[in-house]
Design a protein around this ligand. Structure first.
Ligand code: GDP
Length: 316
């Protein structure tokens, strides 16, 4: 790994020492609604996402995405309260939750719209201006740069921002531009601690996309059937095909009794349809790909007690 003759990545300024140790850290993306947080997260995370495997360091938080670039692993964590488009006023409890997350991460990306800073932005910034956060690196990401037509006006704005907080970095960019997003990753990289990855690369491959698919369908299944359905019901992925930006998935929900089958299917197939739609929508978001999902329901009475069958279903 530490071959000194290896080429310097384009994103590193020439002459700067290239770190070769593995890096890994938690990254939070915060900002008022509509500044482009989801767009940026999707772009930062790219295609491969897995939320399924966990290590102690990260179990306290919900992981929204992972990106590994060379030897650096970026683990993005959810900050509740910022995802919603409604209700910009963060209440006290939410503030505390958010601050709890922020206190744990290694670096914060504070997203604003380039050239703008309103009351809602100020409220979010205030969350990071506590005593405990004094030394936490906050990177100011000025998004939607493509909408700023007079770039010259950005300099005084950036100066003004500098006075509001001692930001670790200023990064004007557009979340819609791949090169900008790559540059941002390179800027964030040195803020990740030198430590082994939390997730092995294996956890970020198709195999886990397959697992992710079954977990997600299972989650929707139980959420939409309430407590009615016995937990012995399971989901088996019969087919998982990757065709460019498309995932073709066929899955079977296996229940124990005919009555359970009815519960899953619902009136005129409504419930099964909903399980499928919700699972598909979320999978598309997580995998950043189009998903064709085919769902079947089968009755396999007593399967839970049958070891042979369990094996065929992948529960070894
Ligand atoms: P969130 O509420 O902060 O998660 O914001 P979203 O990611 O949902 O983005 C809000 C809107 O801004 C969407 O319509 C995005 O398409 C748009 N948007 C995000 N990033 C950019 C950008 O770099 N340039 C432009 N012009 N629009 C963007």
């Amino acid at each position: 790994m530490s071959d000194p003759s290896s080429p310097t990545p384009e994103t590193e300024p020439a002459g700067e020492a290239v770190q070769q140790q593995a890096r890994c850290g938690l990254v939070a993306i915060v900002g008022r609604p509509n500044v482009g947080k989801s767009t940026l997260l999707n772009a930062l995370v790219g295609q491969k996402v897995s939320i399924t495997s966990r290590k102690a360091q990260t179990t306290r938080h919900r992981i929204t995405g992972i990106r590994t670039v060379d030897d650096a692993q970026f683990v993005f964590v959810d900050t509740p309260g910022f995802q919603t488009k409604h209700g910009t006023a963060l209440n006290r409890t939410l503030n505390r939750t958010v601050q709890g997350v922020l206190a744990d991460v290694d670096v914060i990306l504070f997203i604003v719209e380039a050239g703008r800073f309103g009351l809602d932005d100020a409220k979010v910034l205030a969350l990071m201006q506590t005593e405990a956060m004094k030394h936490k690196p906050v990177i100011l990401v000025a998004n939607k740069l493509d909408q700023v037509h007079r770039r010259a006006e950005l300099a005084p704005w950036l100066q003004g921002m500098q006075q509001r907080h001692s930001f670790a970095e200023f990064v004007p960019l557009s979340a819609r531009k791949d090169d900008d997003v790559k540059r941002l990753l390179a800027i964030v990289r040195p803020y990740l601690p030198e430590q082994p990855w939390f997730y092995d690369e294996e956890a970020l491959t198709d195999r886990s996309e397959r697992f992710l698919a079954s977990e997600l369908i299972r989650e929707k299944l139980f959420r939409l059937t309430g407590d009615e359905l016995p937990y012995t019901s399971t989901v088996v992925i019969d087919e998982f095909k990757e065709e460019g930006n498309l995932r073709r998935i066929a899955a079977t929900i296996i229940v124990e009794r005919d009555a359970h089958k009815g519960m899953v299917i619902g009136d005129k197939g409504e419930r099964l349809k909903r399980i499928g739609t919700e699972a598909r929508t979320e999978l598309e978001k997580l995998m950043d790909a189009k998903v064709f999902l085919e769902l079947w329901v089968k009755v396999r009475s007593g399967w839970a007690d049958d070891e042979e069958r369990l094996r065929t279903y992948g529960y070894e």
